[in-house]
Design a protein around this ligand. Sequence first.
Ligand code: FAQ
Length: 314
Amino acid sequence: MKTLDFEQLFESKLANGEMIEPKDWMPENYRKHNIRQISQHAHSEIVGMLPEGNWITRAPSLRRKLVLLAKVQDEGGHGLYLYTAAESMGISRDELLDALHTGKAKYSSIFNYPTLTWADVPAIGWLVDGAAIMNQVMLQRTSYGPYSRAMIRICKEESFHQRQGYEGMCALAFGTPDQKKMAQDALNRFWFPTLMMFGPPDKESPNSENALKWRIKRETNDELRQKFVNQTVPQIDYLGLDYPTNSGIKWNEAKQEYDFNEPDWVEFKNVISGNGPCNKERIEARVKAHNNGAWVRAAAAAYAEKQKQKSVAA
Ligand code: FAQ
C-alpha cells in the first residue's frame, strides 16, 4: 500500500469512530501527540501520589488510613496502565521517565501545590479527582485503542476516589466548627488550581486543534471547565461552605450555567514552567524513588533472564 492509501485508511477509521491500534499506520504527528499527552498523564498519576502520600502516616483514623493507602496505590496503577499505553507507540519506559526526571515532560500543574492540612486529602479526592474524571470520561472514547481501554478502567477507580473525597469533606463540613474551617480553607486553596487542570483557555491552547481533529480530545478545555463548575457548585452548597474568595461564582439564568472567574493564567504558566511551590520537591522525590528502586529492576531483569534460559533449555 502507498502512504496515501494508509493515510486514507487512517482518516476513514477516525471518521467511522474506529480505534487506531498499535500496529496500524498512523501519521508521525499523531503518534507524537499521543506520546506527549499519554506520558504527561502517566507522570501526573505517579507525581500525584506524593501530595496525598504525605498524609498516610498522619491519617486521623485507621479507616481513613486504609482508604488513603488504597487510593494512592490505585494512582500508581493508573500510571502503569498509561506508561504501557505510551510504550505501545514505540517509546521506552526509560525514555519516558528520563523526560520526567530532567524536566522535559510536563505533569499536571495541580500536584505542584502543597497539602497543608488533613482537609486537603478529601478536598483532592473531591475536586482533583472530580476534575480528572470530567476530563477522562471523554478520553474513554479517545481514538487510540490502548489509551481508551486504560481510561475505562481508570475512570471506574477515579469515580470511587471522588466519592470517598466528598464523603471526607462531608465529615469535616458537618463536623466541629474547627473541622468546617479546615474544609473551607482547603476548598479556598484548591479551587483555582483545580480549574487550571483543564488547561489554558481554548484560544490559547495550541494542541487542541489537532487533538479534536484526531478525536484524541472530544471536548475543549473551556467546555470541560464549565461542566466541572456546573457540577461542583451545588456540591459546595450542600456542604454549606462559602464560595472561594474571588471565585465569582454566580448562577446565570439566561445561560442556565454558573458564571465564574478564570484562574490566574500567569500563575499557571509559572507552575507548568517548573516554578510552582513544590515543583523542585516533587521531581527530587521521583528521582530519589527511581534511584532507590534500581536494585528491584535489576533483580526483576535477572529473574526474567533466568526464566528465559530455563524455557530455552526445556
Ligand atoms: N498542567 O494546548 P494545551 C489526575 C500544558 S490525572 C500541566 O491545552 P492539551 C489523577 C500542555 O501539556 C491529571 N501542563 O494542551 C489523580 C501543553 O504543553 P506541551 C492529569 C498543562 O494537551 C488525581 C500546554 O500546556 N490528566 O489528576 C496543563 O491539548 C488525584 C498547552 O496546553 C491528564 O493528563 C496542566 N493542567 O490539553 C492522581 C488528562 N494544562 O505539552 C492523583 C490527559 C495544559 O505542549 C491524585 N490530558 N498544560 O508542552 C489532557 O486531557 C490534556 O493534555 C490537557 C491539556 C487537558 C491536560
